[in-house]
Each structure stands twice: as structure tokens, then as C-alpha cells.
Design a protein around this ligand. Structure first.
Ligand code: GTP
Ligand code: MG
Length: 197
């Protein structure tokens, strides 16, 4: 898929104020700093579209981007960000979970996972929660450029193995890098395929 058009629509903290749910929507979620905003920029070829930072906790709102005037890409705040108050964290968690459960046009949630790390409980728990809720998801392993392909593959295999306890069948996954653009085209093609269904 060629991204001809990528437009920032709005940032939100309230479910009622989200754009009308009349187009297919895809959300990026994952731990703070995993590379959600960077991947949105890499996939759309627009460097400053989503705000990125070396410091975790950069994205604080639900951000809607309209792609090719036909579907939404959504940048979500990261989970597991320790440097915020407990109250803040739980308010956010409730909001994000409510969004994921109730958004009727949400076609697929992309869970971003750092390909450099061994399976992390927080990611496994989140994926299991999506499964329990019956929310369609796929996994994207990020920052592939930071280590060897062998190491990424090992971590991905471990992650998938750890999930086998809970899932009869696991969805497909992608390995990406926002630096080299590895995997960006595959994620876009996959979105295109879902849009055509
Ligand atoms: P929050 O908004 O805080 O939840 O973070 P985020 O998941 O949106 O991460 P963001 O895209 O802001 O990236 C965090 C840091 O990781 C930045 O310094 C990025 O430059 C870096 N980064 C993200 N993706 C990649 C990648 O594929 N390769 C490399 N080398 N660095 C990356
Ligand atoms: Mg971000």
C-alpha cells in the first residue's frame, strides 16, 4: 500500500469525543518507549506526524491519524510507565481499556513488543487480556536494527511459546525497524488486506 495522504485529526482523553466511528481503525499499543509513534512515522513516511521521544511517556493522548482518507491509524499512550502517579496510571488504563473494548470500528490492535527483550510479564498479560476480551490483535516486534536477526527470532519464538499456554492459535507477527523501515510495508499490506475483507 502506498501512503499518499496522512493527516493528524485529533488528540483525545474522552471516549465521547473520538472521531465518528465510520472508517476502519487500527491502534498501536505497547510499553512506553517501545516505538509506537516512531513506527507510525516510518510507515507513513512522515517524520514528525506522531511525536516521539527518547524519554518514555511521550504520548499521553489517543491520537487519530487519517490515512489515504480511508482508514484511521491510532497512536496510544504506552503502558507500564512507572514515572507517573498510581492514580494517573489507573485512570489511563481504564480509559484505554474502555476504548479497546467499545470502539466498534477497531479492526485490529497491534501490540508492539521490544524485539531485544526476553518475554516481559506486562506484555504477556496484556496480550492475554486482549484474547480474553475477544479483541482482534497482531504482534509487532520493534527495533530490529538494534540487534542480530537471530537474537530477534529467538526472543519472538520465546514470546510465542510463552503465549501457547493461553491460546490455541496465535495471530501472525511482524518484525520491524523504524530506522531501516524493515517490516513497514508488510504491516501496511496486512492492513490493506483487512480493509478489503
Ligand atoms: P511513548 O509515547 O512514550 O509510549 O513511546 P513510543 O512507544 O511512542 O516510542 P517512540 O516512538 O517515542 O520511541 C522511543 C525511542 O525509541 C525514541 O528515541 C526512538 O527514536 C527510538 N526508536 C523507536 N523505534 C526504533 C527503531 O526501530 N530503531 C531504533 N534504533 N530506535 C527506535
Ligand atoms: Mg508515543
Amino acid at each position: 500500500m502506498i501512503v499518499k495522504d496522512a493527516e493528524f485529526i485529533c488528540s483525545n482523553t474522552e471516549i465521547d469525543k473520538l472521531p465518528v466511528a465510520n472508517l476502519p481503525e487500527y491502534a498501536f499499543i505497547g510499553r512506553s518507549n517501545v516505538g509506537k509513534s516512531s513506527l507510525i512515522n516510518a510507515m507513513t513516511g512522515r517524520k514528525g506526524l506522531a511525536k516521539t521521544s527518547q524519554k518514555p511517556g511521550k504520548t499521553q493522548l489517543i491520537n487519530h491519524f487519517l490515512i489515504n482518507k480511508t482508514w484511521y491509524l491510532v497512536d496510544l499512550p504506552g503502558y507500564g510507565f512507572a514515572q507517573t502517579s498510581k492514580k494517573n496510571r489507573s485512570t489511563w488504563e481504564k480509559f484505554i481499556r474502555a476504548y479497546l473494548i467499545n470502539r466498534v470500528n477497531l479492526q485490529c490492535v497491534f501490540v508492539l513488543i521490544d524485539s531485544r527483550l526476553e518475554p516481559q510479564k506486562i506484555d504477556l498479560d496484556f496480550v492475554c487480556w486482549l484474547g480474553e476480551q475477544g479483541i482482534p490483535f497482531q504482534m509487532i516486534f520493534t527495533k530490529a536494527d538494534k540487534q542480530s536477526g537471530v537474537k530477534s527470532d529467538q526472543n519472538i519464538a520465546k514470546f510465542r511459546r510463552a503465549l501457547k499456554k493461553w491460546f490455541e492459535e496465535l495471530p501472525i507477527h511482524f518484525l520491524t525497524s523504524s530506522e531501516t523501515k524493515l517490516g513497514c510495508e508488510q504491516v501496511l499490506e496486512n492492513i490493506d488486506a483487512i480493509n478489503q475483507q
